[in-house]
Ligand binder design. Structure first.
Ligand code: B12
Ligand code: SF4
Ligand code: SF4
Length: 378
C-alpha cells in the first residue's frame, strides 16, 4: 500500500496542482443539496435529482470506499473572446477538460496500482455525477466554500477544475482550508441575472452557465439581455473575485500554457456569425474535443443569435435575416429577437411572420416588430 506521502507525490506528477485527502461522502453539504433540489433550483438537470441516493452515499455504488483523494488544476487564463466578439468561459476554451482531467485521473490510478494500491479499489472522474465535487473538495481542504458557491483555494483562487479518486485506502484526512469571503459581496453585486440568490446558493435556472449550456430550447426573455457577450458559460462571479489574482496560471500566454489549457482553434478562428450559420457537419468536425459541445448545435446557434442582438451591430443583420428561414425554430425565434434589438423595422420580420407556422416563433416575431417582450412560457 503506498504511503500518504507517496500518493501525494504521484498525484502531483500526474499533473494536479492541489492534492488532498478527505471523506468520500458530502456530509452536511448533502443536506444543502437536497433542499436546493427541493426548491427546484436545478431546473431541467434531472440527472442530479435522479442520482441523490448515490451522491449522498458513495458506498451505494462503490462498496468499500473509505476516503477520497481530491484533486484540482488551476486553469486561470486571460479573458477568452472570439475574433470580433462573443465570450467563452475559461474552463471551456481549451481542449475538453473532461478528457484531459480524466486522463490524469486514470494515469494517477494506474500509478497508484503500480505502487501497491489494491487493483480495482479506486474509482475516479471529473464533473460527473454521482459525486458532489465541491463538497468533497471543501471537506478535504482544497479550498473554502465561497459566497459565489465556488470552491476557492487561498493559493490558487477560484479557477479550479476539480476531480476525485474514491478509494478503499484509509488516508489521513487533511485539515479544512483557511480563508473566507469575509465581508466581500462583489460576486452577488456583479451577477447580471441575480442567480446568486443568497450567499453560497445559486438558482441554476437564472445562471448564464445554465441558460447557455444546459438549457434546451428558448431562453427566458428576461435573461437574454443580461447574457451580454457570453456565447458559452459565464465567468463574471469569478472575474470580480479578489481571489482571482491568486491564480498561478492566469498570466501565462501562448506556448507558456500547458498544452491542454491553450485555446481551442474554434475560439481563435470562429466568429459569432460563423457560429450562427453552423451546420451539423461542421459542428461535428470542428467542435469535436471541446467542452462547448455540451450546449448542442441548436444551443450554440441560439446563443450566437442572442449575443449578436446584444451587440447591436448592423453588419450582423443579413446573417440574422437569413436565419429567419432556418429549419430550427429555436434559431429562427432568437434571430427574430436579435433583429428586433438591432432594427425592429426590418421588413424581414413581417415577411417571416407571413410564412411562419410555429407559434413560439410567431410570438417572437410579433414581439420583435412591436418592441414588446415575448411571452415567458414556452
Ligand atoms: C450542476 C452544476 C452546475 C450548475 C449549478 C451550479 C450551482 N452552484 O448550483 C450550473 C450549470 C449553473 C453550473 C455553473 C458553473 N459551474 Co458547475 N457544476 C455543476 C455540477 C455538475 C454539480 C453541482 C451541483 O450538484 N450543484 C448543486 C449545488 C447545491 O451544489 P454545489 O454547487 O456543489 O454547492 C454547494 C453549496 O451549495 C454548499 N452549501 C451552500 N450553503 C452551505 C452551507 C453549509 C453550512 C454547508 C456545509 C454547505 C453549503 O453545498 C453544496 C455542496 O458542497 C458540478 C460537478 C459535480 N459533479 O459536482 C459542476 C462544478 C460545480 N461546476 C464548476 C464550474 C467551473 C462552473 C462554472 C464556473 C462554469 C462557468 N464558468 O460557466 C459555473 C459557476 C456558477 C456558480 N457560481 O456556481 C466546477 C466548480 C469548480 C470550483 N472551483 O468550485 C465543478 C465542480 C465542475 C468541475 N469538475 O470542475 N454548474
Ligand atoms: S456564472 Fe454568471 S450568471 Fe452564473 S452566478 Fe456567476 S455571475 Fe451569475
Ligand atoms: S467575490 Fe467576494 S464574496 Fe464573491 S466569492 Fe469572491 S471573495 Fe467571496
Amino acid at each position: 500500500m503506498p504511503s500518504p506521502e507517496t500518493v501525494r507525490a504521484i498525484a502531483q506528477d500526474a499533473g494536479f496542482d492541489l492534492v488532498r485527502f478527505g471523506p468520500a461522502d458530502p456530509g452536511e453539504h448533502g443536506v444543502k443539496f437536497l433542499s436546493w433540489l427541493e426548491a427546484g433550483r436545478h431546473g431541467d438537470m434531472q440527472y442530479l435529482a435522479a442520482n441523490t441516493e448515490r451522491i449522498l452515499d458513495p458506498t451505494k455504488w462503490r462498496p468499500g470506499v473509505r476516503s477520497a483523494i481530491t484533486l484540482a488544476v488551476d486553469y486561470g487564463a486571460a479573458p477568452v473572446e472570439l475574433p470580433g466578439g462573443g465570450r467563452v468561459a475559461r474552463y471551456a476554451a481549451g481542449r475538453d477538460y473532461h478528457r484531459w482531467m480524466r486522463e490524469r485521473v486514470f494515469a494517477l490510478r494506474e500509478a497508484l496500482e503500480a505502487a501497491g494500491a489494491p487493483f480495482g479499489s479506486m474509482n475516479g472522474g471529473t464533473d460527473a455525477v454521482p459525486v458532489l465535487e465541491r463538497a468533497l473538495a471543501i471537506r478535504s481542504g482544497i479550498g473554502f466554500l465561497a459566497k459565489s458557491a465556488m470552491v476557492i483555494s487561498p493559493t490558487h483562487g477560484p479557477y479550479l477544475q476539480l476531480a476525485e479518486l474514491l478509494t478503499g485506502m484509509d488516508l489521513p484526512p487533511d485539515a479544512p482550508s483557511p480563508g473566507s469571503c469575509g465581508t466581500c459581496t462583489a460576486c452577488l453585486d456583479a451577477c447580471p441575472t441575480g442567480a446568486i440568490v443568497a450567499p453560497f446558493e445559486i438558482d441554476a435556472r437564472r445562471c448564464l452557465s445554465y441558460t447557455t449550456i444546459e438549457h434546451r430550447g428558448f431562453v427566458p426573455p428576461d435573461l437574454r439581455t443580461p447574457q451580454g457577450e457570453w456565447l458559452f458559460g459565464c465567468d463574471i462571479c469569478l472575474e470580480v473575485c479578489p481571489f482571482t489574482k491568486r491564480s498561478q496560471r492566469a498570466a501565462l500566454r501562448g506556448e507558456q500554457r500547458p498544452r491542454d489549457l491553450r485555446p481551442h482553434r474554434v475560439v481563435e478562428t470562429w466568429t459569432l456569425v460563423d457560429v450562427l450559420a453552423l451546420d451539423a457537419a461542421r459542428y461535428d468536425a470542428d467542435f469535436v474535443g471541446t467542452a462547448m459541445r455540451r450546449a448542442t448545435l441548436s444551443g450554440m446557434r441560439r446563443n450566437a443569435a442572442i449575443v449578436l442582438g446584444n451587440r447591436g451591430d448592423e453588419s450582423a443583420l443579413p446573417h440574422l435575416e437569413r436565419a429567419l428561414s432556418d429549419a430550427d425554430p429555436v434559431v429562427r425565434g432568437h434571430s427574430a429577437w436579435a433583429i428586433g434589438r438591432i432594427d425592429a423595422k426590418s421588413p424581414s420580420l413581417e415577411r417571416a411572420l407571413a410564412r411562419e407556422s410555429d407559434d413560439r416563433v410567431r410570438d417572437e416575431l410579433v414581439a420583435a416588430i412591436s418592441g414588446e417582450a415575448p411571452p415567458v412560457a414556452r
